[in-house]
Design a protein. Structure first.
Length: 141
């Protein structure tokens, strides 16, 4: 279960020959994201468990299990900012119920990220996914 935006990233990755090109593409995705306003870079939005500084700000439209999930994110590391963009493509626009149904590990494995991220980056990615799932559960109530 992936969004069209994530499918487009997966298709692009299929055409990129090596990990360096994919790595550059992830960074470009991060550069294309709008920045998170400094006012939202606060402890309440900070993701613990990341080597870099990461903030995720939920944007949920509606109420209950049918509410639509979206978020903004920011990091002080370019590759992590790119990973936030990938997660945004994976989750944005889904209902909060569907967010919880996404097998993020399987979807991200399609991109080969697991094989090329350091242990610290992988832990940080899991922490971001955990925060997104927590936000979705909170929105359901």
């Amino acid at each position: 279960m992936a969004t069209q935006a994530f499918e487009e990233i997966a298709e692009t990755f299929e055409f990129l020959d090596d990990w360096e090109e994919r790595y550059r593409h992830v960074i470009e995705l991060g550069k294309a994201m709008p920045p998170l306003d400094e006012a939202f870079r606060v402890p309440a939005t900070k993701v613990d468990g990341c080597a870099s500084q990461v903030w995720l700000l939920p944007r949920i439209e509606g109420q209950g299990s049918a509410a639509l999930f979206d978020f903004q994110g920011e990091s002080d590391a370019m590759i992590v900012r790119g990973l936030i963009a990938v997660l945004h493509a994976l989750y944005s626009g889904l209902t909060v119920t569907d967010v919880l149904k996404v097998d993020a590990s399987a979807e991200l494995a399609r991109l080969g990220l697991n094989d090329h991220l350091s242990a610290q980056r992988s832990n940080g990615l899991r922490a971001m996914i955990g925060r997104i799932q927590k936000l979705a559960r909170e929105a359901i109530g």
